[in-house]
Design a protein around this ligand. Structure first.
Ligand code: 5GP
Ligand code: MG
Length: 188
């Protein structure tokens, strides 16, 4: 294991096996519908590639940039949406894909906008991870890969200060790396 990681939570094979199950559920729930998948960047892109290749029905893929962490390890409570605006989802069934449900602010903000401004017909949400915690924003997710404790994780799309997204597994960083005392190094 890399020396900047405390431990691995989910190995790649475990993640991919779970994606097989989620993809089957998503396919079953949306058969015959016009489905637009809206991927929240950058965190949702690894999930997008692995999950959507397992969904066997025609669909459209759109992206949206959203950030609430701004380089740290806790949500700043404000969600910035990217400059390109909302994708065109008018009259479409939408599935929002994101890496993780933490405070819920990102999913709640994006969902509200897609319905109210975008005119989506219906919106469901899918996250790879959901943190088990009390949330100020009352939002669930329709499809959840794994539930985890309230700790900061990286890998499989999730970053720390822009790095670690390309780790093929989900892990927990050592505290020293987060505090900046142990510079992250090694092969990613
Ligand atoms: P929320 O708006 O639900 O608080 O946070 C959602 C966003 O914060 C996620 O899309 C993700 O980018 C980031 N985030 C939340 N928890 C974690 C975490 O444990 N690790 C990393 N790397 N990002 C997280
Ligand atoms: Mg994100």
């Amino acid at each position: 294991m890399r020396d900047d990681l405390e431990r691995i939570l989910f190995h790649e094979t475990t993640i991919l096996a779970r994606l097989d199950e989620l993809a089957e559920q998503i396919t079953r729930d949306h058969l015959g519908k016009e489905l637009s998948v809206v991927v929240i960047l950058h965190g949702g892109m690894v999930l997008m590639a692995d999950l959507l290749r397992r969904v066997h029905m025609p669909l459209w893929i759109e992206t949206l940039t959203a950030s609430s962490y701004h380089g740290g390890t806790a949500s700043k409570g404000v969600v910035d949406l990217g400059p390109d605006g909302l994708p065109d989802v008018k009259g479409r069934h939408v599935l929002i894909l994101d890496d993780i449900l933490d405070t819920g602010l990102t999913l709640a903000t994006v969902k509200k906008q897609l319905i109210e401004s975008g005119g989506a017909e219906g919106v469901r949400t899918c996250v790879l991870l959901r943190k088990k915690k009390e949330r100020a924003v009352r939002i669930g997710a329709d499809y959840v890969g794994f539930e985890i404790g309230d700790e900061f994780v990286v890998g499989y799309g999730l970053d720390f200060a822009g790095r670690y997204r390309n780790l093929p597994f989900i892990g927990v960083l050592k505290d020293e790396v987060i505090r900046g005392e142990l510079p992250g190094k090694g092969v990613e």
